[in-house]
Design a protein around this ligand. Sequence first.
Ligand code: UFG
Length: 327
Amino acid sequence: MTNVLVTGGAGYIGSHACKALKTAGFTPVTFDNLVTGWQDAVRFGPFEQGDLLDPARLEEVFAKWQPEAVMHFAALSQVGESMKEPGLYWRNNVQGSLNLIEAATSAGCRNFVFSSTCATYGDQDNVVLDENSAQHPINAYGASKRAIEDILRDYEVAFGLSHVIFRYFNVAGADPEGEVGEFHQPETHLIPLLLDAIDGKRDALTIFGTDYDTPDGTCIRDYVHVCDLVDAHVLGLKWLQDGKGSRVFNLGTGSGFSVREVMDHSRSVTNRPVPFKEGDRRPGDCTRLVSGSTRAESELGWTPSRSTLDTMITDAWRWHQSGHYEK
Ligand code: UFG
């Protein structure tokens, strides 16, 4: 069986990716420092605890497992935090990724799948965001991911590192079989916060800004189901194994929903009211981020099947009610 090193395999997206990899016949080897991840979420292959800022540990893990490919999910990913603590993002995301890329190339591993983000595009009103759109991030998180994309391009030129870059839109939902799901501590993402508010587990949801230039004044995002997203990663891995070379793919559905629309759908899915209040804008938030590309569908053969907003909220709600991991 082919070993794939999955950084951040104990996290939300990484744990779903490990399940998809196992299902597809790969052995996912999770590398995670458990700062934001959960050991309970490592269920589909071996676990190596370690930090990307520790090159010696990385070298050891590459020597032990000799992975054919890397899937790199480990990162800090909160837009708001990145505006307050940019150094954290440059150190963890950029330096950590550079260490990983160097360890991979030194170990002869030449296939690399990278989680990037639509936050690298920044605020570009009325522009259709496809893979050729300019990247002008407006927060340190997006800037850190764009920098890693640049590093990958340089390492391809110098060392032949083939890479697939996925620029995610907003990932939501959970494994419908309930084995893994979304749980961040602290939680900052809209759908889990909203479900907490519905469930009385926290105070009312605060809408961050109601004066954006959108039909209802709240920000618009393109939500994609985590299971569909990780399916694309398995296809990306096969793409690299087939020698098709480096490529960038947006992963979104092309449909945008405002914060108020997500609240309305959550109300109808759960059949419960959403306690909310209106607040100020959150620094670093873009007005509208919606994918304008079908490249993943046409070139990778990606066929998202769970990415309607109601299915994502239904799956997230089921997970939400089933309990969470323990540290
Ligand atoms: N929002 C609220 N109240 C909250 C939380 C969020 O109104 O309590 C709003 C945000 O302002 C934003 C939308 O809900 O308009 C979505 O916010 P999230 O925090 O759920 O997601 P972000 O769009 O900020 O960021 C997420 C991921 C990033 C990724 C990005 C791409 O965290 O990793 O999507 O848009 F890059």
